[in-house]
Design a binder for this molecule. Structure first.
Ligand code: ADP
Length: 631
């Protein structure tokens, strides 16, 4: 018998067990499955013929098993003691809290700011990291007292942390029909946009969680991008918050300043969450195309982290210094153009285009939405102001120049204010606005839209441009003057457009080698008039090439033909952006035939029916096709 078993309970048990067997062979066979764990050991045991040696092996195995069980018993006891200590600590803390609360209730007037913060920390439901950080800061406040230099900063920090919503909000049950109704109620048209939003809501409802894809609304100002975000919030029964990112250059604007800075603040994202007061708002991140990076870090990469569903459940704002779960926020980004959005950020988002409104869309929007709202905010009762349909159409065509309806909204507001003055003065019982009165009431000059010319000289071609105010037509003019082969560029020509002009010149030279001496003996002057709108971008390539070719061949181009498309040095027509806006402008200006890049044919489905119907649209793959078809 092992010495270590002597005097223990094991000694008696072992004796009893051993007495059941008659031979050593029986005993070892019966015990071995309990004691020997590995197959190698078992095999060594069976292999052993000598009873003595087998007994020795058994003794060793018994000893090892015994030691093992002793060790695990010790570990268990230590663990139990640890648990007991934690439970005890928690129980004591709870008791203190309870007693303190009772005391507070007995003397509410004596509850200090610090004590209030302490209570708020306990009640906020913040995560463990946040609670630990908050308690650390609270202890510093307690230790340093309210006269310390940092008291204000620390107090503000705790106040921010405790007024944030840390609770997981309940998932609202969503009725798709109701959501559809709300979207329909708030916005006219935008059929594709609404369909896509409804899909997103349906996916969210099925998954019972935030869907992974982030929507990016791209379109000209005033096309309803931000306000539809508000409708989505209403449809989902969630809070809405708008965060403007225009002009953000500093990473700290997104992610906050570290608290060591004087005047440190949380970043715009956490500020938005704070403002919303819930952890799952619909957050519209406005103007992501206006982010720029500087020596202070790249805000786009910080935004990438905010929008990444893999990372945003533990988003750490530098000011807060503790993680916050952003995974339940419904993010929507808006932009005027995709060109300036960094590629990684763009990849993360799903683009939904807001193509701008046609004149008849704008009319409906003014009638059904803008005018009733304007009348309501001016306090004009229904029936006291009647604006004729023709008057609204005049406002749209002569007093606004935009793809969206922001200007139109302002004009409606102005009309209502002017009508309010007349009503209050008692001049009229009710105000009636016909087409003729619009100019006087708005008190502004009509805007100038380019209209096609009656007749073109050789070297002049109508191009189509995309500007932030929507589409516009532009006239590209070229002329030879006596000289020595120089190229003179004037007008609103950006760097990219200048390159397009160089390409166009080389292309025409190579297409008409017989005209080489015309280029040599003259200077070529290229002018893009109307300096009012910036027309950067390569989309004037085919118009420039056609203008120069028309000049060298002395062949005028029909002024009711327009064209848009980039051109490569080989004469291949490359795709361009903003096709719906450009075609809308072409139709408005009275164009009859438009050449567009072949690769843009797909985009025609985004062009309003009423625009497509009125234009002959010719997709072209090579610039030669344009020249051949000019007639
Ligand atoms: P964006 O964010 O695209 O610049 P907004 O959402 O701020 O444009 O819209 C400007 C105004 O135009 C808002 O008052 C909005 O309600 C109105 N608006 C835009 N599109 C529509 C529409 N389709 N139907 C009704 N109102 C619209």
């Amino acid at each position: 018998m092992l010495d270590s078993l002597k005097g223990t309970r094991w000694e008696e048990l072992s004796r009893h067990y051993i007495a059941q067997w008659n031979t050593v062979a029986e005993l070892t066979a019966a015990l071995s499955p309990w004691l020997i764990t590995s197959n190698e050991d078992r095999y060594a045991f069976l292999e052993e013929d000598s009873k003595k040696k087998r007994m020795q092996l058994m003794e060793k195995a018994i000893y090892e098993s015994f030691e093992l069980s002793k060790l695990s018993n010790e570990a268990k006891t230590a663990q139990e003691q640890d648990y007991q200590k934690t439970y005890r600590e928690a129980a004591i803390k709870k008791q203190i809290q309870y007693l303190q609360k009772e005391l507070d209730e007995m003397h509410p007037e004596e509850v200090t700011d610090v004590r209030k913060l302490e209570l708020k920390i306990q009640e906020s439901g913040m995560n463990r990291e946040a609670q630990a950080e908050a308690e650390k800061v609270l202890n510093r406040i307690k230790y340093d007292g309210s006269n310390s230099a940092e008291y204000g900063m620390l107090y503000d920090y705790l106040d921010f942390l405790t007024t944030l919503s840390w609770k997981e909000e309940d998932q609202e049950t969503i009725s798709l029909t109701e959501a559809e109704q709300i979207l329909e109620e708030d916005h006219f048209g935008l059929k594709k946009v609404k369909e896509r939003i409804i899909q997103q809501i349906a996916v969210m409802d099925l998954n019972k969680k935030q869907s992974g894809s982030i929507l990016l609304f791209v379109g000209a100002p005033g096309t309803g991008k931000t306000s539809i975000g508000q409708s989505i919030a209403r449809a989902l029964g969630r809070k809405y918050v708008r965060v403007s990112l225009g002009g953000v250059r500093d990473e700290a604007d997104i992610r906050g300043h570290r608290r060591t800075y004087i005047g440190a603040m949380p970043g715009r994202i956490m500020n938005g969450i704070h403002k919303a007061g819930v952890s799952n708002p619909v957050m519209v991140l406005d103007e992501v195309d206006k982010l720029s990076s500087s020596y202070n870090g790249d805000p786009a990469s910080a935004l990438l982290e905010v929008l990444d569903p893999e990372q945003n459940s533990t988003f750490t704002d530098h000011y807060m210094n503790v993680p916050y779960d952003l995974s339940n926020v419904f993010f929507i980004c808006t932009a005027n153009t995709m060109d300036t959005i960094p590629e990684p950020l763009l990849n993360r988002m799903e683009v939904i285009q807001f193509p701008g409104y046609t004149a008849s869309d704008k009319f409906q929007i003014a009638r059904k939405h803008l005018l009733p709202k304007a009348m309501q905010s001016a306090g004009i009762p229904e029936g006291k102001l009647v604006i004729e349909d023709e008057a609204i159409r005049t406002v749209i065509s002569d007093f606004t120049m935009e793809a969206g309806v922001r200007g139109l909204k302002k004009r409606m507001d102005t009309l209502c204010r002017a009508a309010a003055v007349r009503l209050v003065k008692g001049e009229e019982e009710s105000v009636h606005v016909a087409k003729e009165q619009v100019k006087e009431l708005l008190d502004m000059k009509p805007v100038h839209h380019e209209h096609i010319l009656g007749d073109n000289k050789p070297g002049v071609v109508t191009g189509l441009a995309w500007t932030s105010a929507g589409g516009e037509i532009l006239f590209i003019e070229t002329m030879f003057t006596k000289g020595s082969g120089k190229i003179i560029l004037t007008g609103q020509l950006g760097d990219v457009m200048k390159e397009s002009a160089q390409i166009a010149v080389s292309l025409v030279k190579s297409m008409y080698p017989e005209k080489a001496d015309v280029f040599e003996k003259n200077d070529l002057h290229i002018h893009v008039p109307d300096g009012a709108t910036p027309k950067d971008g390569p989309s004037a390539g085919i118009a420039l090439t056609t203008a120069i070719s028309s000049l060298v061949n002395d062949h005028a181009v029909d002024p009711s033909f327009a064209m848009t498309g980039e051109v490569s040095l080989r004469g291949v027509v490359k795709p361009i952006g903003g096709l719906p806006e450009k075609l809308m402008a072409a139709q408005r200006a009275g164009i009859s035939k438009v050449f567009i890049p072949l690769e843009n044919t797909e985009d025609l489905k985004d062009v309003a029916e009423e625009v497509r119907e009125k234009l002959e649209i010719i997709p072209v793959g090579e610039v030669r096709e344009v020249l051949n078809r000019l007639g």
